[in-house]
Design a protein around this ligand. Structure first.
Ligand code: 5AD
Ligand code: SF4
Length: 436
């Protein structure tokens, strides 16, 4: 099987489940689609480019299918969910379209295509989380992602996610803890809890436990040295969660808190449910509890009606927070969303200009925040050997920063103390301290 994943961590986790399902069917993965009997794309439609890439990649498989008609080509994820059987019309050499709630059905879908040589589409939504499929741990064997809630009820006006991933549905805390225990039993040390908005965890479970309660339970699982989560919606960031950063020692020193814009007018048009001031208040509270916490964000420039004065407010907010890192995007219309009906589109060249100035400001901030780590000793979870030199290792600090340092591959999968000796905007450099 050749499996290509587009987009977010949610898709990475789904792909990991697909790998597990396939390995249960004795199907190995290959890195070259030409060698594969099954080609699967796990797609993303959150931004225009992501969707565009999927269709152009599918086009390149046409010749492979012509040469080997028995090959099975399938598409899942958000583009599949949105387009459903329309995809068969656009891509006639496609065999399977599976939606975001249907990953667990893939083995049956593949068997049906093999037996009947027909096209199969399953894109129905389920109200409750679908049957449990464990994801495989990451390649390093010590990190794993665990879904705790799927879907989103927020309907931010620019966003396609609620339409393609359905309404929020939380998994029971007992099931989540069992999964984490089983991962810890396989040697996993770092778990990232995943959800479009983890802060809504438990709202649909009738008062079982909320997100801070779940964090405490997972943090207590023996063997879990580091706990992360993403994504946290600023409007739902509770005092309980902020306090959790003070109380839970193995909770990583990082929070991804996407602000999107610094202008209250734009935030209201996006239906984000907070203001720049209320966001800043939470950042201050957090830094009281964890003064050196790394904070990252997502930013959208060029939302309809964004004037230069609004954009200046975004830059001003960034200067106030000084983010450790930021993912930034030009707004792209997602058909069917509320913002698709808005007037006052920002011209593309102006979006590009704003994006460039936002990114250049962020680069300065990343440099400042990374330089502040120089001279400190960071506990680094070693993820693998470096891409350029095999005598270099790469890993991440608790604050989610990449660190490169000299070392032997026996350290892969371990948490080692590293003295930070240098930095750039993108990464830290260090020296491993001797383990006693
Ligand atoms: N245009 C541009 N960026 C978007 N995002 C979501 N929808 C859009 C869109 N229509 C960005 C947001 C979100 C991140 C995952 O993708 O910043 O936080
Ligand atoms: Fe999209 Fe908003 Fe839900 Fe995030 S919270 S997935 S941006 S609708």
């Amino acid at each position: 099987m050749y499996l290509k994943t587009f987009g977010c961590q949610m898709n990475d986790a789904d792909s990991s489940k697909i790998k597990n399902l396939m390995s249960n069917m004795n199907i190995d993965t290959t890195s070259d689609p030409k060698d594969a009997d099954i080609i699967l794309l796990n797609t993303c439609s959150i931004r225009w480019k992501a969707e565009h890439k999927v269709y152009s990649m599918l086009g390149t498989f046409k010749d492979i299918k012509k040469a080997r008609p028995d090959i099975i080509i399938g598409v899942g994820g958000c583009v599949a969910q949105q387009e459903q059987d329309e995809m068969f019309r656009k891509v006639p050499h496609l065999d399977i379209v599976f939606g975001t709630h249907n990953v667990h059905r893939l083995p049956e879908m593949i068997s049906r295509v093999q037996a009947e040589r027909c096209k199969v589409e399953e894109t129905n939504f389920f109200d409750r989380p679908e049957p449990l499929v464990y994801p495989a741990p990451e390649e390093d064997g010590v990190r794993a992602f665990v879904n705790i809630i799927r879907g989103c009820n927020n309907y931010c006006t620019y966003c396609i996610v609620p339409y393609v991933r359905g309404r929020e549905a939380s998994r029971s805390s007992a099931e989540i803890v069992d999964e984490v225990k089983s991962l810890a039993g396989c040697g996993v040390k770092e778990v990232t809890l995943l959800g479009q908005n983890v802060n809504s965890y438990g709202n649909d479970l009738g008062g079982d436990i909320g997100f801070p309660g779940l964090l405490k339970k997972v943090a207590d699982v023996e063997g879990i040295t580091r706990l992360r989560f993403t994504t946290s919606h600023p409007k739902d960031l509770s005092d309980g969660l902020i306090e959790a950063f003070g109380e839970i020692e193995n909770l990583a020193n990082h929070l991804h808190l996407p602000v999107q814009s610094g202008s209250d007018k734009v935030l209201a048009a996006m239906k984000r449910g907070y203001t720049a001031a209320s966001y800043m208040k939470n950042v201050e509270k957090l830094r009281k509890v964890r003064p050196d916490i790394a904070i990252s964000t997502d930013m959208i420039v060029g939302f309809p009606g964004e004037e230069d004065s609004d954009f200046q407010k975004t830059l001003a907010l960034m200067k106030e927070v000084v983010y450790d890192s930021a993912f930034s995007f030009k707004y792209s219309v997602r058909p069917g969303t509320a913002a698709a009906k808005l007037q006052d589109a920002v011209p593309d060249d102006l979006k590009s200009e704003r994006l460039a100035s936002l990114q250049s400001l962020q680069k300065k901030h990343s440099i400042v925040r990374n330089e502040a780590e120089e001279g400190t000793v960071q506990m680094v979870l070693v993820e693998g050997v470096g891409r350029k030199h095999s005598s270099f290792l790469t890993g991440r600090t608790s604050g989610n920063k990449v660190v490169n340092f000299a070392g032997a591959d026996e350290f892969v999968g371990q948490i080692v103390p590293v003295k930070i000796t240098g930095s750039t905007a993108n990464a830290l450099k260090g020296e491993v301290l001797h383990l006693n």
